[in-house]
Design a binder for this molecule. Sequence first.
Ligand code: SF4
Length: 246
Amino acid sequence: MKKIKKKRAQTKSAKNRTIRRTAARSARTARSGGGTDPKRVAAILAKLDEAYPAATCELHHDNAFQLLISTILSAQCTDVRVNQVTPGLFQKYPTPEAFAHANPASVEQEIRPTGFFRNKTKSILGASKALLEEFGGQVPRTMEEILTLPGVARKTANVVLGTAYGIASGVVVDTHVQRLSRRLDLTRNEDPKKIEQDLIKVIPKDRWILFSHQLIWHGRRVCAARKPKCVECNMEQLCYSRDKTI
Ligand code: SF4
């Protein structure tokens, strides 16, 4: 009997918490004019600037080609792990020519620690061959062209065009941007392509590149998938996510 009473009390308290959070969220949304109200978006951007004025890509690279390879390697892998693998890899294979003529089995062993090494090897060798055959060995500077490279989808294309060339072709939507955009109510979509389209509408174009770096930094340092450190977050007043821990 005692157990049943305790269970009922716990359920009631959980329900009350949910009601309080929903009410708080509605009140804040109403006050701010909604998730993508320009004033609210500007306030989020200001807070990101305050916390991460110099956010940038954390994949080590010396040129667009190295960044392309590093970004392909970063799929389902941390930047830290990729940065451990690339110095030796780029020493051995410094150019698209070197990768295009490489023995796939050797490349597979080199990049094995990054996971999915067989598919990644196919993409790297395929992209290197395409660069040589179609683009004179240079990483192209348009979304249309870069998307023709094997293993390159919009996320990789946006990383390379934005970071290596400073071209704002879109917003990089990785797992952090995906999660944080939803927590900050800048999108209600889950599909990365749709999230990017939502972000493009509300974030000024001259902020696309820096904004994605800043969200990725915030996701890595504060707003983790599990247990975000909301007490340390300077956007806490602007955030009404259900995942908040305060
Ligand atoms: S308040 Fe918490 S959930 Fe919201 S953005 Fe900050 S860390 Fe993330």
